[in-house]
Design a protein around this ligand. Structure first.
Ligand code: PEP
Length: 246
């Protein structure tokens, strides 16, 4: 099964109008590697401007509410992201799970809401260092996946990002064997749940991916691309990661 590599930047709470030239430069890099699907999930305030500058990259949001509208001060619906120019959304990022108490059920509802609005979805799972050290990382992540993956999930609109929490923004990455073990366990769980479509679903690795380690990470079996935080903010650091996936 050939799965097109997917490389997505998560700008988190970074980026002002002054950073739009980086969106354009990354979009140009994406256009020169059409074999890779490239995206940038920018702050919501930048989505419409980034959508104008995006070149060969898609623009996504970093979260959405599970409801379409209502009394939810400060929240954004998936339709709002779509109308602003997003075509994708991240759901279940560990920073949302930790800082906003999002449960697996919330994440599943958000994924369905994004899909209903016509957005594609990156659904994040990953274990803490405590769980990794306890030797329970694989069963923990598989349970999180089982509970976060909504009914009707399909490879055409949803991809998984395995992001060990202890590797996000820390400069640490697991060994290639640890990444391979987790991705193969996720693949088996997806096939069990979704049948043939589970083999088509992309599984990204995320957590301190950079220009120096991307090529090695992307050669690991069942790693279909990356979700990249810090290194996605500038074309100098994100461009080589895109190129490593090509
Ligand atoms: C992320 O936030 O999804 C992430 C992987 O961050 P970083 O690449 O900075 O570790």
């Amino acid at each position: 099964m050939v799965r097109r590599k997917l490389v997505v930047g998560n700008w988190k709470m970074n980026g002002l109008r002054a950073h739009l030239p980086q969106v354009a430069a990354i979009g140009a890099e994406a256009a020169s590697h059409p074999q890779v699907e490239v995206g940038l999930c920018v702050p919501a305030t930048l989505i419409s401007m980034a959508a104008e500058a995006r070149g060969g990259a898609f623009i996504g949001g970093q979260d959405c509410h599970a409801k379409t509208s209502g009394a939810h001060t400060g929240c954004l619906s998936a339709q709002m992201l779509k109308e602003a120019g997003a075509t994708w959304a991240i759901v279940g990022h560990s920073e949302r799970r930790a800082d906003h108490g999002e449960t697996d059920a919330d994440v599943a509802s958000k994924a369905l809401a994004a899909h209903a609005a016509g957005l594609k979805v990156i659904l994040c799972v990953g274990e803490s260092l405590e769980i990794r050290d306890s030797g329970e990382a694989v069963p923990f992540v598989l349970a999180q996946l089982e509970a976060s993956l909504p009914e009707g999930a399909a490879a055409e609109w949803l991809s998984i990002a395995y992001e060990p929490v202890w590797c996000i923004g820390t400069g640490r990455i697991p060994t290639m064997d640890q990444i391979a073990e987790m991705h193969s366990a996720i693949r088996a769980a997806l096939i069990k749940r979704l049948g043939k479509d589970g083999n088509a679903m992309r599984i990204l690795y995320g957590g301190s991916v950079n220009a120096a380690n991307a090529a090695e990470v992307f050669t690991v079996a069942d790693v279909d691309g990356g979700l990249v935080g810090g290194a996605s903010l500038k074309v100098e650091s994100f461009g080589p990661i895109i190129a490593a996936a090509a």
